[in-house]
Write a protein that binds this ligand. Sequence first.
Ligand code: ATP
Length: 481
Amino acid sequence: MATLPATHLLSHFQTIGSETTSPGARFLFQFQNPNPRTPCSISFANRAPPCPISKTGLSRALPNYSSVPTESNPKRDALTIREICEGHVPEHVLRRAEEVGYVRPTDVQLQALPVLFSGRDSILHAQTGSGKTLAYLLLIFSVINTQRSAVQAVIVVPTRELGMQVTKVARMLAGRPMELELEQKECTVMALLDGGMLKRHKSWLKAEPPTIVVATIRSLCQMLDKQILKLESMRVLIIDEVDFMFNSSKEVSSLRKLLTSYSSLNNRQTIFASASIPQHRRFLHDCIQQKWTKSDAVHVHVNPIQPMPSCLHHRFVICGKTRRHQALLSLLHSDAPESSIIFVGEQSEKSKKAGNVPSTTLLVDFLKASYVGCSDIHLLEEDTNFNLRAAYLGEVRQGGNYLLVATNIAARGVDLPETTHIYNFDLPRTAVDYLHRAGRTGRKPFSDNKCTVTNIIMSEERFVLQRYENELLFNCEELIL
Ligand SMILES: Nc1ncnc2c1ncn2[C@@H]1O[C@H](COP(=O)(O)OP(=O)(O)OP(=O)(O)O)[C@@H](O)[C@H]1O
């Protein structure tokens, strides 16, 4: 992507909305891209209005600017998901969304949906827990035709847990509408996930292709390689947690194949989503160069000046290595968290070979023996079998008042909105990991509740945490036990 001086860039923006020059001012710009072959990146400050984008770079997606919310016109703050989606998303899907409480759009929905409905390939880049899933699902429902017997949308996710969650929301929105005649087809959603019963899926795919497939890349590619699944009718391809997928040596070659060989970019709309897209300009450039997206792809960046939700309160406790269990116990006693996740580092291969008990197991045993504040203590890690993992998450979702000890497997996408506290028993290895772990709490978009992220660190780790603070723009307060 060409880098232009700010003054040059600004000359291509046309101010069309409310504007002030005070700190935190919000600008509403109409972007006239001087070169349609140049990638376009749009950033939105918190609660800024949607930027209308069309294939020519001119206003189109939101037909009427008076419906865009601004501070000076509170009436416009009442813009609903229905108002944004009407004419795009079928009535019964909107009704279902309202029934489960999706009425007001979150920032990412407000800002991204018009762009998505305009048909452009997009990179959805917005905070954890901001509602990216609903945004891309509404796009899918706006595009699919349930009377066609073909796979029309594919959502690729990194883990089985996230896949099950997305499938659940998609099925909930798809629910058979009352007015549908018996002989008419309804939207079907298949979860094609690692650890699933692929045999059963094969028969299903042969008998009647589902409308939407939610898949892990390995299972998806197995079906594509064997030509059991075909993507010639696919109109939308979503890659969720895209930075994780491209960073994973196991996934990346299959992902590239999916984007370039298994389907044609001209026949589909491609959406990448994540709360973290490091070097996003470079990524957008690569997407276009590598032909993963069309050349007019858009980077929709919501609230770029605040990578993490503002409702999170970050703390750290310094203690020696042998005191960490005790420190965690003291924290649990003083916080009395309603529901919490404790993140522990993965066991190294060396430690596994030496036959050591993983620190996750040691911690769960310790908590079961010494912490009486919660009877529902579960362990979620790679080695836990798939069925048990699903059962634990199911229980936790239903009950509330849980304590989940987990490795990074639970750090991406898992949505347990009741989680009030995160504890990093081991500091994550990267700032991106910190962001996703922290983002397992603070997942109620319109709640004012504060949630807490606490790091148990050794004194020599303080500078690492400081680096994360600088990179992710947050402050961590020291807590003395
Ligand atoms: N418009 C809405 N109104 C109320 N709740 C919403 C709305 N949109 C999403 N949510 C809820 O917000 C929570 C977070 O949504 P979601 O899982 O899509 O976040 P995300 O942006 O994908 O986060 P992450 O990057 O961590 O995966 C979910 O519990 C979801 O049900």
